[in-house]
Design a protein around this ligand. Structure first.
Ligand SMILES: Nc1ncnc2c1ncn2[C@@H]1O[C@H](COP(=O)(O)OP(=O)(O)OP(=O)(O)O)[C@@H](O)[C@H]1O
Length: 454
């Protein structure tokens, strides 16, 4: 515990005394506040506000200065303060995670396009992924030497991307100067379309150099380039160049090569040159272990029965398994209620339906869109107007309308909008963009498959 946390109660009591607050004001506004984090470097204290949007607004207007002053008086720290809602708290805590599972510098992680959390250390090995894990480790230990390409396949949200990134981290930790590039086949396709559209040889040359001048290429969800002739052609040449130079190629897909119907025979045979490993749905023990790992990483301490409840009811998709835990934590923080099975049943009723029918819920849509565009769910539902948020937000609205029966007003409320005309406009924009922009229609096709693989 740091000095601020240690003295927090005293800070709040000081505000109460100095500003002559009534007990009811104190109990309502100040007592529930806790320190989320004191960021020494940024000289900022993040204070968790469990009272929701309205509470946050009121408290920050009325108590920012009094709390700042009391912190300086009692703890001797002169810092800025920021009030944070529970659903935003995860981002803050993660940003400051004392050690990222990856030992690589941010620069390398960014250049290679990796997620710092996806390492072998954080990957739980179970019966469903034992072979794929072993194959991945073998490739990570001897890139370009034994199994080339490595082809990992399996259903949605089962850990293919996590494993690919783990390989990349491992290789870079062994040898940081290796040129490693992770790319989704969607980005590969979009970049290629851009290069072709540009019609400029220099742009095409740059594209080719980027992909052929690397040591390890990881290409995710290859099924999305299949059926697009020019992309298959380009990828075929990229593959040959890299493979010929003994550079490691790692591919993921939702199906094995022989079941990808539109895959050209010459590519299929190349994909089968190396090693093919599958990941299937996790069994109960593995689901429990994954939830426990997540609990440990996020610093939660949740009753066994609750973990068992989630692991028993969410079976086929690890993304949903993790999403359920996140949702439960946010629900408990917001409502300031203890986590138990009853609360889990209430919080997760949209995800876990009694007849076990898997429904497409707005929550799942929002989570998948946020993950696809690497933006936070809070931003997606918030007021930000920057283009990197607006497009995903409109896509989420569009998909809620297309894939669920919920009324316009409810979509608006979910996306933090007062007026449902925003949703109508958003959907209209997306319908137009799907006609005019291949990258938007591609993205929507991919997200829809992730939400509802059937
Ligand atoms: N064995 C595991 N141990 C720990 N976390 C896992 C494991 N498998 C999957 N996850 C987590 O589940 C989430 C989904 O995994 P990931 O994105 O790798 O799935 P995917 O198979 O690539 O899905 P998609 O087909 O949608 O691209 C990630 O947050 C990942 O960290």
């Amino acid at each position: 515990m740091n000095i601020l946390e240690d003295k927090w109660e005293e800070v709040l009591t000081t505000v109460k005394i100095e500003h002559e607050l009534s007990q009811i004001s104190f109990d309502t506004w100040l007592k529930p506040l806790t320190i989320l984090k004191y960021d020494k470097e940024g000289n900022k204290t993040y204070i968790l506000v469990p009272q929701g949007d309205m509470g946050l607004n009121y408290i920050s207007k009325k108590y920012t200065l009094p709390i700042k002053v009391a912190i300086a008086e009692i703890a001797g720290i002169e810092c800025d303060i920021e009030f944070i809602l529970p659903e935003q708290a995860k981002n803050i805590v993660v940003e400051d995670a004392p050690k990222s599972p990856s030992a690589l510098s941010n620069d390398i992680i960014e250049k290679s396009n990796l997620n710092p959390k996806y390492t072998f250390d954080t990957f739980v090995v179970g019966g469903n992924n034992k072979f794929a894990h072993a194959a991945s480790l073998a490739v990570a230990e001897s890139p370009g030497e034994i199994y080339n390409p490595l082809f990992i396949y399996g259903g949605v949200g089962l850990g293919k991307t996590h494993l690919m990134h783990s390989i990349a981290h491992f290789i870079l930790e062994e040898n940081p100067s290796t040129k490693v590039l992770y790319v989704t086949s969607e980005s590969f396709t979009n970049e290629l379309i851009e290069a072709i559209r540009n019609g400029n040889n220099a742009v095409m040359k740059k594209f080719r150099e980027k992909y052929r001048n690397i040591d390890v290429l990881l290409i995710d969800d290859i099924q999305f380039i299949i059926g697009k002739e020019s992309t298959q052609e380009e990828f075929f040449h990229t593959f040959n160049d890299l493979h010929g130079a003994k550079k490691q190629i790692i591919i993921s897909s939702d199906k094995p090569p022989k079941e990808i119907q539109t895959l050209e025979a010459r590519l299929r045979s190349r994909f089968e040159w190396g090693l093919i490993a599958d990941i299937s749905s996790p069994d109960y023990e593995t689901r429990m272990a994954i939830l426990r790992k997540k609990e440990e990483m996020d610093g939660y301490n949740i009753d066994d029965k609750v973990i068992q409840y989630i692991a028993t009811n969410i079976k086929s998709n690890i993304r949903e398994l993790e999403g359920a835990l996140n949702k439960l934590m946010a629900f408990s923080n917001l409502e300031n209620r203890e986590i138990n099975v009853a609360l889990a049943e209430e919080a997760l009723k949209d995800i876990i339906s009694p007849d076990e029918k898997r429904e497409v819920t707005p929550d799942l849509i929002i989570t998948t869109v946020a993950e696809h565009f690497h933006v936070s769910e809070t931003d997606l539902k918030g007021p930000k107007r920057s283009s990197d948020i607006v497009l995903p937000r409109q896509i989420a609205m569009y998909l809620c309308r297309e894939m669920t029966d919920i009324p316009l007003e409810a979509v608006a409320a979910l996306m933090g909008k007062k007026d449902h005309s925003t949703v109508i406009n958003g959907c209209k924009k997306i319908t137009e963009k799907m006609q005019s922009s291949e990258s938007v229609s591609n993205a929507i096709e991919i997200i829809k498959k992730k939400i509802n693989p059937g």
